[in-house]
Design a protein around this ligand. Structure first.
Ligand code: CTP
Length: 397
């Protein structure tokens, strides 16, 4: 149920705007208050009268409406809701959001707000697949905006493919998830994930086999439980999690910098497979193959991000969780690692090739705390993530 939840619904200009009328009805049925905002282009598809009749509230349309400003200014309007929903989110509106433009009421509200935002994109399939839209979607996700859909199917323009706005009930479900209160609501949690790439020269780098799957699953599980998650990731294959703030980095040094910029947090989970060494002096230009000459490389040690944060004397997160990827004597090595690095917990796993864990979908972990080692049965990485999130919530109380 959405009883007494306040939704600010921005209706963009697309044929899918007609579905937003049904969306209003569904939200009202569930007890939500809907304050509608109609863009100029949106008015070409649905009338202000039908929108306000269904919402039972006035519809906001103009940025410089003197009556509106006297009743409720646009800044206040943008912050008075529990959630802002943009449906349909057109390619144009998404481009404005991704670039921080504010030249009409809808885009100004979206820039002025500190309320969570959910968008339901709707556009022609070519527009959806255009590199500019792909770029905008990933930026918006990185800004912590949740995205529902689009679906695949026949389109009003006669083409077929992804671009149809999600159905009203699918959007309602996404709204319910976005508004769900969880045991981690109000907690800020940092998660590092993925490999790092350490450059040799502009085209070559040293990396490792981490896919980022476990870190991504942990970020997602924490967000589902209500945490405000900042996800600092190296160049991982795994798709970026929804509804979290994503910070992309390449090297260990950049990851440390990004982590320090995110602090303070309540808890930090270091799931990244950070490269232990970097090339001491990476070349600025491509190293040429010089008749039989094999280049030699000197390495320098990377900063240990987990140890740095664990050993902070001021502003240390209340709970610091490290990972230990081991191939031999897993529990003994990981127990020693916990003490050496100074973290509270270590999630240890055996990454010997025969386990198929590195890059696979399952994990068999042992949780090491000051109370000892607790081995969990082999399970999906999503389930490991959920169990870990439950433990983190209990530890933060
Ligand atoms: N880690 C880190 N920064 C590094 C290296 C590791 O933050 N430069 C973190 C990882 O994110 C992980 C933990 O430290 O949470 C353990 O990583 P692991 O590679 O298993 O340990 P190492 O310190 O590299 O020890 P070793 O390779 O000797 O096992």
């Amino acid at each position: 149920m959405l009883t007494d939840k306040r939704i600010l619904l921005i209706i963009g200009g697309g044929i899918a705007a007609f579905k937003s009328l049904d969306l209003i009805r569904r939200l009202r049925e569930r007890g939500a208050w809907v304050t509608p905002v109609l863009t100029r282009a949106g008015e070409e598809f649905v009338t202000p009268l039908s929108v306000s009749s269904l919402a039972g509230e006035k519809v906001y349309r103009d940025l410089f409406d003197l009556t509106d400003e006297a009743e409720m200014g646009h800044i206040q309007l943008s912050r008075s809701a529990d959630l802002i929903v943009v449906a349909p989110a057109t390619a144009d509106l998404m481009a404005k959001m991704a670039n921080g433009m504010a030249n009409d009421l809808a885009s100004t509200l979206l820039l002025a707000t500190d309320t969570p935002v959910l968008i339901a994109p709707a556009m022609n399939v070519r527009m959806w697949e255009h590199p500019a839209t792909r770029r905008n979607v990933s930026r918006l996700r990185g800004d912590g905006i949740s995205v529902v859909g689009p679906n695949e199917g026949d389109m009003a323009c006669g083409e077929f493919g992804p671009g149809r706005m999600s159905e009203p009930l699918e959007i309602v479900a996404a709204i319910e998830t976005a508004l769900a209160e969880g045991p981690l609501t109000g907690r800020r949690v940092l998660v590092t994930s993925g490999p790092t790439h350490e450059p040799i020269d502009p085209v070559r780098y040293i990396a490792n086999r981490s896919s980022g799957a476990q870190g991504t699953a942990i970020a997602r599980a924490l967000a589902v439980m209500g945490a405000d998650v900042v996800f600092v990731t190296g160049p991982a294959d795994a798709e970026r999690p929804e509804g979290v703030h994503v910070v992309e980095v390449q090297t260990a040094a950049e990851m440390l910098q990004a982590v320090q910029a995110v602090l303070p947090v309540d808890a930090a989970v270091f799931a990244a497979a950070v490269a232990d060494w970097r090339v001491a002096s990476a070349s600025d230009s491509k190293i040429k193959k010089d008749k039989g000459q094999i280049p030699s490389m000197e390495f320098a040690e990377n900063p240990d991000i987990l140890a740095t944060v664990s050993q902070m004397t001021e502003g240390r997160p209340r709970l610091v969780v490290g990972f230990a990827a081991e191939t031999d004597d897993v529990i003994a090595n990981a127990t020693a690692k916990r003490l050496r690095k100074g973290c509270d917990w270590i999630v240890a796993n055996d990454v010997s090739p025969e386990t198929g864990i590195m890059g696979g979908s399952e994990n068999a972990v042992t949780l090491i705390t000051e109370d000892g080692a607790e081995s969990w049965p082999r399970m999906g990485k999503d389930e490991v993530a959920h169990q870990l999130a439950v433990r983190i919530a209990a530890a933060l109380g």
